[in-house]
Design a protein around this ligand. Sequence first.
Ligand code: C2E
Ligand code: CA
Ligand code: CA
Ligand code: CA
Length: 278
Amino acid sequence: VKKSGRGALRLFDAGMSAYAREALVIDGALRGAIAASELRLVYQPIVDARTGRMDKVEALLRWQSATLGHVGPDRFIPVAEDSGLVIDLGAWVLAEACRQLGAWRDQLPHLAVSINVSARQLLDPAFLLLVEQALAAHGLAPQRLELELTERVLIGNGEQVRAALGRLRELGVSISLDDFGTGYSSLSYLTQFEINTLKIDRSFVTGMVDSPRSHALVATIVAMGQSLGLQLVAEGVETAGQADALDAMGCHYLQGYHISRPVAAADLLRFAAQRRES
Ligand code: C2E
Ligand code: CA
Ligand code: CA
Ligand code: CA
């Protein structure tokens, strides 16, 4: 018993240090990534379920590291959240997304952009000012910026988060609750915090055509969102069947590979042009 106990402990230790080592390597490389221009944003269309019109895009971070190659955000964002680097990364994302929206003023004058914001970033005292500056620098109406927060952001810092969201809403920026239905879902968030949009998590959308339970769950979220006056976005829409079912339920917006993968800025213009022609 003793032996296997120690063995298990050793394995656990080895696992821990492997993760810690990877985090250290990622963090070290990430520190220079902004200055080295290794980061870029890709944009995924969010379309009106009825008309197919692209009203919004979600900006998603990509990192091509000189030393590590392509590293996905699922690997480096958690590391950056732990080290605090996510504040600098997030500031870059905010500025870059607003710059891009400004550059598209002729082609896509009404497009809104949605960016992912982590807890540390939202609670950073400088955040509100950064948002104001980014909008002002490119002459953007605040309504064209949406901030995506996960439920994880809302727990633990209730008062501070409520105050931060209140100020952002006063400014005119929209707030979206990302990955809705996963994690620490509490319906009380919907009344406690000023939220405009619910993003239904991909895990529910994936199963909705085959599983009556997933279908019922999505239908319930849509109906609840509607009665609360919230916008609804379904994420991870991969098939026409899912898109049709969501539209039939009254879900306003669709996002997913069935519509488009996240694409580079230049390709987004091509996508928009095709939509206008069809
Ligand atoms: P998320 O916010 O839930 O973003 C949606 C993810 O689902 C993206 O992965 C997107 O590429 C992927 N996706 C979109 N449509 C489909 C689909 O139809 N099927 C499937 N299987 N996947 C789809 P990505 O770009 O790898 O981002 C992963 C996560 O990393 C994001 O999840 C978000 O939590 C985080 N992230 C990305 N960019 C940023 C950022 O700028 N700041 C912060 N704080 N987090 C970010
Ligand atoms: Ca998101
Ligand atoms: Ca999401
Ligand atoms: Ca997600």
